[in-house]
Ligand binder design. Structure first.
Ligand SMILES: [Fe+2]
Ligand SMILES: [Fe+2]
Length: 179
């Protein structure tokens, strides 16, 4: 059974993950409009991942006999000045989510809720990976610069990350099948 404080904090996390999913969907649409196919695919996938993060929490709360609340959705930002500014906004968002996960962990540890503490470990690792990935992309953007054809090359680099991620995912699926 979840205590009330943890349940409320987990519900806040549902909202954060849901809002991130919507924010990335809007970013995907923006990228697609700019002809940045690699970046668009990256954010469509990212949006699906954030939805999965949200779903995991909903299932966890229910499994723990708590009460999952589906929140109202914030209207996501739809316009960006540049691809660099967009990825900077993503890094800020991910840092906020990481901070929220750490706050949640403090709450679960305070109440000796070992199950929730264990559940949150997955999110700690996920946040570390996501933040690192966005920093890598920001580094690439800095290296390539903002000259005439730079957007084309930035998009190619992001698409390489898409392909690496797809490979990792299919390897994980294969591992799960063989398990
Ligand atoms: Fe997430
Ligand atoms: Fe995320």
């Amino acid at each position: 059974m979840l205590n009330e404080k943890t349940n409320i904090a987990l519900n806040k996390q549902i909202a954060l993950e849901g809002n991130a999913s919507a924010a990335y969907l809007a970013m995907a649409a923006w990228c697609e409009r700019q002809g940045l196919k690699g970046c668009a695919l990256f954010f469509y996938e990212q949006s699906a991942e954030e939805r999965m993060h949200m779903m995991k929490i909903i299932h966890y709360i229910n499994e723990m006999d708590g009460h999952a609340v589906i929140p109202e959705q914030e209207k996501p930002r739809a316009d960006f000045d540049s691809i660099q500014e967009l990825f900077q906004a993503v890094l800020l968002k991910e840092k906020e989510v990481t901070a929220a996960i750490y706050d949640l962990l403090s709450i679960s540890k305070e109440s000796d809720d070992h199950s929730t503490t264990l559940f949150l470990q997955w999110y700690v690792a996920e946040q570390r990976e996501e933040e690192a990935q966005i920093r890598t992309i920001l580094d690439v953007i800095k290296l390539i610069g903002s000259g005439g054809q730079s957007l084309y090359f930035i998009d190619q680099e992001v698409d390489k990350i898409n392909k690496e991620k797809a490979k990792e995912e299919s390897a994980e699926e294969l591992e799960a099948e063989n398990y």
